[in-house]
Design a protein around this ligand. Structure first.
Ligand SMILES: Nc1ncnc2c1ncn2[C@@H]1O[C@H](COP(=O)(O)OP(=O)(O)OP(=O)(O)O)[C@@H](O)[C@H]1O
Ligand SMILES: [Mg+2]
Length: 255
C-alpha cells in the first residue's frame, strides 16, 4: 500500500521548450486522480517522469510504500499491436513480471498471471492471440499486465480512448474496483469528462501555463473547463475579428 505520494516543483523541457513548468501536487493514497487537459499539455510526460522514464531538469517525485520501494503499474497511451501477433494473452500478461534469466514461468508466476487475469476479468481470453482481441478486451489484458507485480500505483494513459461507451464504462468500473478493493492508487489520463466526473475522486487539470488540483466537482465547475473548451489569453489564439484577419492574411498564399 502507498503511504505518501508527492510531486514537487517538476520542471521538464524538451529542446528548450518548457513542458512541465514548476508542477506540484499531492496524490492521496487509495484515490482515483483524473488528469485532464489539452493535447500537448504534458500529461503523458508527467506519467513518464513518475515512472522514471524521463528525468526532470528540476523537482522530484516522492513516493513511500509499505514495500521497500513503491511498485508502479503502467498502461501507456498508444500500443500498436499487429493483428497477426501470435502471442497469447496470458503470455502477453506474463511480460509484466520482473525480468529473469530463464524464459519459462514458475508455478508461482503462473498463478500470479492467472490471478491478474481473474482480477481484470480477462481470464477467458487467456489463450486468444492478443492481436485478435477487441479494443476493450485488449485494454483489460493491458491492465492485467500492469497488475502482475502487485502495484501500489496504477498509471493509465487514456485507457478508455477508442472504446465504445459501454466498454468505457466497463473499463472504468474495473479500474474503480481495483482501486477500492485492492487499495491501489490510480492516476488516469482521460479526455472524457463524463468518465472523469463519474469515476475520479479528485482531478488534476494541466495546461502549459496553468495547473489546478481539487475535488472533481471543484475542478470541473471552475476555470479549468473554460481553459479546456474556450480560447484563453495564453493557450489558444483568440477568435476575434482581428485574429481572423491576421490568420486569413497569413494563410492566403496557401490557397
Ligand atoms: N521525448 C520527447 N522529445 C521531445 N518532445 C517531446 C517528447 N515527449 C513529449 N514531447 C513534447 O512535449 C509536449 C507534451 O507531450 P505529452 O505527450 O506529454 O502531451 P499530452 O498532454 O500527453 O498530450 P495528448 O493529450 O495529446 O496525449 C508535446 O509538445 C510533445 O511534442
Ligand atoms: Mg498523452
Amino acid at each position: 500500500m502507498l503511504r505518501q505520494f508527492q510531486v514537487d516543483d517538476l520542471q521538464v523541457s524538451f529542446n528548450g521548450e518548457k513542458v512541465l513548468n514548476h508542477l506540484s501536487f499531492e496524490v492521496f493514497p487509495g484515490e482515483m486522480l483524473a488528469i485532464i487537459g489539452p493535447n500537448g499539455a504534458g500529461k503523458s510526460t508527467l506519467l513518464k517522469v513518475i515512472l522514471g522514464m524521463i528525468h526532470p531538469q528540476g523537482g522530484a517525485v516522492r513516493m513511500e510504500s509499505d514495500k521497500r520501494k513503491a511498485v508502479i503499474g503502467y498502461v501507456p497511451q498508444s500500443r500498436t499491436i499487429d493483428e497477426e501477433t501470435p502471442i497469447q494473452a496470458k503470455d502477453f500478461v506474463s511480460l509484466g513480471l520482473p525480468a529473469k534469466i530463464v524464459p519459462w514461468l514458475s508455478q508461482k508466476e503462473r498463478v500470479t498471471v492467472k490471478k491478474a487475469m481473474m482480477m481484470t476479468e480477462s481470464l477467458h481470453l487467456a489463450k486468444k492471440p492478443i492481436g485478435r482481441l477487441s479494443g476493450g478486451e485488449r485494454q483489460r489484458v493491458f491492465v492485467a499486465q500492469a497488475m502482475v507485480r502487485h502495484p501500489d500505483v496504477l498509471l493509465l494513459d487514456e485507457s478508455t480512448a477508442n472504446l465504445d461507451p459501454n466498454a468505457q464504462e466497463q473499463m472504468m468500473q474495473l479500474v474503480q474496483r481495483l482501486c477500492k478493493n485492492q487499495g491501489i492508487t490510480v492516476l488516469f489520463i482521460c479526455h472524457d469528462l463524463h468518465m472523469v466526473k463519474e469515476y475520479s475522486d479528485r482531478v488534476l487539470f494541466m495546461s502549459r501555463r496553468h495547473y489546478e488540483t481539487g475535488s472533481t466537482d471543484e475542478v470541473l465547475s471552475g476555470k479549468a473547463l473554460e481553459w479546456l473548451y474556450h480560447s484563453t489569453d495564453d493557450e489558444k489564439p483568440k477568435k476575434t475579428g482581428l485574429f481572423r484577419e491576421q490568420r486569413d492574411r497569413v494563410t492566403d498564399h496557401l490557397f
